[in-house]
Structure formats: C-alpha cells, structure tokens
Design a protein around this ligand. Structure first.
Ligand SMILES: *[C@@H]1O[C@H](CO)[C@@H](O)[C@H](O)[C@H]1NC(C)=O
Ligand SMILES: *[C@@H]1O[C@H](CO)[C@@H](O)[C@H](O)[C@H]1NC(C)=O
Ligand SMILES: *[C@@H]1O[C@H](CO)[C@@H](O)[C@H](O)[C@H]1NC(C)=O
Length: 428
C-alpha cells in the first residue's frame, strides 16, 4: 500500500511533467511565431490574386434610425484567405495545428464600407487576433460596429419593411489583386444564448430580421479597366413593435370614426362647428405626434399620415361650410344661392337621399307648430319668430346646398379611405 506521502510526490511529479509539456509547446509556438514574422512585411500583398472567402455574417444587434436613414449594426464578419508566407510544417513545430497572431502583425484585406454613413465608419478597424493554419490559411472574425446609409421607405409605417444593402470591399485593390467569394453555406447565425430569446428568435428590440443574404458584386469604374469586387450584404428588417403599432393605430381609427360622425351632423347645426373644430385639433395633434418619426421620409409619405392629412382637409372644409351656412341662415338674407348652384344641388339631392331638404328649399317643407323641429330649421327660425316665408325658402336653399356639399365630401372621403385601406391591406 502506498503511503500518503508517496501519493503526493507522484502527483507533483506528474503535474510537473504536464507543465513541462505545456511549456515546451508554448516555446515551440513562440519560436514558430518568431520564425513566421521574421522579415514579414504586413504592407505587402500575399501572392496574388488573394481570394477572400466570406463565411459568416452574424448580426448581434441592429438599430434603424429612420430619420437619419442610417442602419447601425453590430455584427461578426468572418473571412479567410491564403497567405503562403505564413505556412509551416506541423511536424517541425511539435504538431502545431494552428496559431493565433495579432491582426496588427499580419497583412489584412483593406476592407471598407462603401456606403458608410460617415467617413469614420468607412474603415473596418477592429483589431482582433487572426487564426493561422499550417497551410497558410488565415481566418479573421472581427466584431464590427457598422453604420451605413439605408433609405427607409415608410409608406406602410408602422408596418414597414426595409431592404438595406451594405457594401464592403477593398478600398484600393482591384479584383485582380483581391477577389471576394462567398462560401455557399455561409452562416448568419450566432449560436449564443445571450442574444437569443427562449423561442430562438434573435432579440433585437424593435426590429425583426427577416433575411440576410451575401452576394459577390463585380463592377467596372470609368477610371480603370479592371473590375472592382465587393461584398453585398442584403438585410431585410421588419418593424416589430406591437405597442408602437397600437399607439398609432388606435388613435387613427378613432379619428376616422370621429370624422365620419362630423359628416353625419346636419350641415347648418352650430354644434357641427364646435365638433369640427375639435376634430381639426385632434387630427393636427396626431400629425404632430407622427412628425418626429416620419418627417424625413424621402419619397413616400406614410399612408396613415396621408389619410389623416386628408381627413384634416375635409374636416376643415366641412366646418367652413357649416360656418357659412349658420351665417347665411341666421342673417338678414340678402341673396339666395346662385341659380346655377341651386340647380346643381337640386340635381344631386335625390342621389344623396336629401329630398327632405329639397322640400324645405321649395317652401313645401315649412313646419307647422306641431311638427318636431330639426336643427337646421331651428337655426333658420330661432333668430326671431317672425321669419317670412321667402326667407325660410332662402335658408332652405342654403341648407340644401350645404347638405349636398357635405354628402359630396363624405362620398369622396369614403372613396379615398377605402382606396387607402386596400393599398395598405397587406400590412394592417
Ligand atoms: C475558398 O473557397 C474555395 C471554394 O469554395 C476553396 O477552394 C478555397 O480553399 C477557400 N479558401 C479559403 C481561404 O478558405
Ligand atoms: C434588396 O435590394 C437589393 C439591391 O438593391 C436587391 O438586389 C434585392 O433583390 C432586394 N431584395 C428584396 C427582397 O427586395
Ligand atoms: C460549409 O461546408 C464546408 C464543407 O463543404 C464545411 O467545412 C464548413 O464547416 C461549412 N460551414 C458552415 C458554416 O456550415
């Protein structure tokens, strides 16, 4: 039986042997690194053409700034190339299968972002270590903060989807020196629990990434005969902010309903002016609320904003008509509406189911003492109880005209609302 002391001695000797082996390996790697970098000029291109294989583009975080038309990404970009100057025979160096070197010490492709938002964001400067394999393959996976321009199409805001293209390529070298190829099974996934929610979706706040696609693009410029090769990264993101949608959609629906109510009110009623004014203020408030997000929408005004603006215009028209009618119906009437307008109103009235107004306008609808009074008549007659028949007819003609105008507005409003609904049906 071994004594406890002996056990300890054996263990210590074993550990020392292990350490010795580690130390030896470490020294071998140090020697290897020294040998490889001796006389190595990191400014010189490896034997050309250098083909850079892009194998990974994983988005860790993403933020869209619609106002500034910028997309900010935090991503890992993985690419590899062959640099023969960095190859070695594994058996000469204790079977070293790979080695890491600081990226400051070796040649790197001068990749830049062509459509960066500002000059500072152009150069990909992150400094990480590269992995070198015995056959001279160099693998580099920097973690990058990318800021680049992406024009946001806000037509379907707040259900908008954006197609943002990031363009990366060598700044000075043409395709003859640095070529880019995209590995067929390139990866866009990050296998990391931290950035994922339990259901496996990437958890990036407001935006959902629908698709990431990498493509090689070769382009000729006027200056030169050789092609310039770049990497296109297409990212399709969709806004996914349920609370945001509700905050915008609920008021919009309520405003639409309120506007319909405005058209239902009789044209000569004083309440219509009050209600119309309130409606105008609410519509304006909605537009101001959305202004912050959509003011810079370049070519496409959001359908929702178009709808509310249009609603605002119609509410203003309806309120003005109501005000004019109240004025015309209450004052001492100097003139009836021009005969042309009156005839037009008479023609359109049956279409809009306004025959009651027609009767009133022709004097037949004068209400007897027992008849319940409608709002319009009230306005016409309340100024003084001694309204003459002629004045009543004139007031009736004005009211008829106002009613026809209101119905026309309602019809136009409904048409436009339905068209907008159909246009935006894909996102509602
Ligand atoms: C790049 O990809 C090509 C073909 O897919 C392959 O032959 C080559 O070895 C790869 N180069 C590197 C550095 O991975
Ligand atoms: C996104 O834009 C790129 C370049 O403009 C285009 O090639 C690609 O087809 C677009 N993708 C979609 C889904 O529209
Ligand atoms: C892609 O396929 C190659 C072999 O064809 C494999 O070595 C490599 O691991 C694959 N990469 C990914 C990200 O699946």
């Amino acid at each position: 039986m071994m004594s406890p002391g002996l056990v300890v001695v054996v263990l210590v000797v074993m550990a020392a042997a292990g350490q010795g082996k580690d130390l030896q390996g470490s020294l071998k790697l140090q020697h290897l690194r020294k040998t490889l970098l001796q006389g190595y000029d990191k400014e010189a291109l490896p034997p050309t053409p250098v083909t850079v294989n892009v194998s990974q583009f994983s988005i860790r975080d993403l933020e869209m700034h619609e106002g500034a038309h910028r997309l900010s990404l935090h991503a890992w970009l993985g690419y590899s190339w062959y640099d023969q100057r960095l190859s070695w025979k594994a058996e000469d160096y204790g079977g070293a299968e790979m080695m890491t070197i600081s990226s400051r010490d070796v040649w790197l492709p001068d990749f830049s972002v062509y459509n960066a938002g500002d000059a500072e964001a152009t150069l990909l400067t992150s400094r990480f270590r590269v992995i070198v394999y015995p056959d001279g393959k160099v693998l580099y996976v920097p973690s990058l903060d990318l800021h680049y321009s992406c024009v946001a199409d806000l037509t379907y805001w707040p259900h908008d989807t954006h197609n943002c293209t990031l363009k990366i390529g060598s700044w000075v070298h043409s395709g003859r020196h640095i070529d880019i190829s995209v590995q067929k099974n390139f990866s866009t996934e990050v296998d990391d629990e931290v950035t994922k929610s339990p259901d496996g979706q990437m958890d990036t706040m407001e935006w959902k990434i629908l698709n990431v696609n990498l493509k090689r693009l070769s382009k000729f410029y006027d200056c030169c005969t050789e092609p310039y090769v770049s990497l296109m990264v297409n990212i399709i993101v969709q806004r996914e902010a349920p609370a945001f949608c509700w905050i915008i959609k609920t008021p919009a629906v309520c405003l639409v309903l309120l506007t319909v109510v405005l058209f239902i009110l009789p044209p000569g009623a004083g309440e219509k002016i009050v209600f119309g004014g309130m409606n105008i203020i609410l519509n304006l408030m909605f537009l101001i609320f959305t202004h912050g997000t959509v003011r810079n929408a370049p070519s496409h005004t959001p359908l929702l904003v178009q709808l509310i603006s249009f609603q605002l215009v119609l509410a203003v028209i309806s309120t003005i008509v109501a005000a004019v009618l109240v004025r015309a119906a209450r004052g001492p009437y100097t003139t009836p509406p021009s005969p042309g307008l009156h005839r037009l109103a008479l023609t359109l009235a049956p279409t809009f189911c306004l025959s009651a107004y027609v009767k009133q306008a022709s004097g037949q609808g004068r209400l007897g003492p027992g008849t319940p009074k409608s709002d319009e008549v009230e306005i016409g007659s309340e100024a003084d109880g001694t309204r003459s028949g002629e004045q009543g007819v004139m007031a009736g003609q004005w009211l008829l005209l106002g009613a026809v105008l209101d119905r026309l507005s309602l019809a136009v409003y409904l048409c436009i609302s339905i068209i907008m609904l159909i246009r935006s049906s894909s996102v509602l």
